[in-house]
Design a binder for this molecule. Structure first.
Ligand code: HEC
Length: 138
């Protein structure tokens, strides 16, 4: 009997954790940028060759269907300061919906991001360099 209860309690705790992480993901992803998050001025992003190529890849792949930079694109998910927030490896994970971040993305978004894993490696690195250059302005 006691074992039965313990198992029930463990199950409930598991459900609570899952619900909390979903709530957290929703809060994290909700629309407007957090207060104090300044928008990046694209003109300030350097135009060295890999970054310029990355900017082109960003356009070619239509990332702005779901993302915005400097107010351009879908305002739901701004990328203005991702260079401050993530390492290159983390940016790669976000682009291709890698194993590390799958849990926080919906299946629809995972399906949309999956083809990015087939971006030629040089272009993917260039895209990462472009995103890494998106930083909050002083
Ligand atoms: C179908 C919609 C969709 C497309 C297309 C898409 N993404 Fe995303 N992306 C998302 C969602 C949803 C998230 C979850 C986090 C959020 O909402 O900011 C995300 C997260 C990210 C993040 C982390 C953002 C943060 O602030 O935590 C980066 C970086 C990113 N995507 C890059 C890209 C790039 C580059 C492309 C194009 C190659 C792209 N994404 C295409 C939907 C999309």
């Amino acid at each position: 009997m006691r074992e039965h209860w313990a198992r029930g309690l463990a199950g409930l705790t598991g459900v609570a954790i899952v619900l909390l992480s979903i709530a957290f993901a929703i809060v994290q992803n909700s629309g407007a940028p957090a207060p104090g998050r300044t928008r990046v001025a694209l003109e300030a992003v350097p135009d060295e060759p890999p970054i310029a190529r990355g900017r082109a890849v960003y356009r070619e792949q239509s990332c702005s269907r779901c993302h915005s930079i400097a107010g351009e694109g879908n305002p739901r998910s701004p990328l203005d300061t991702v260079g401050d927030e993530y390492t290159r490896d983390e940016l790669r994970q976000w682009i291709i919906a890698g194993d590390d971040i799958r849990l926080v993305l919906s299946q629809r978004v995972i399906d949309a991001k999956q083809p990015y894993a087939r971006i030629p490696p040089g272009d993917l690195e260039a895209l990462i360099s472009f995103l890494a250059a998106l930083r909050e302005l002083e």
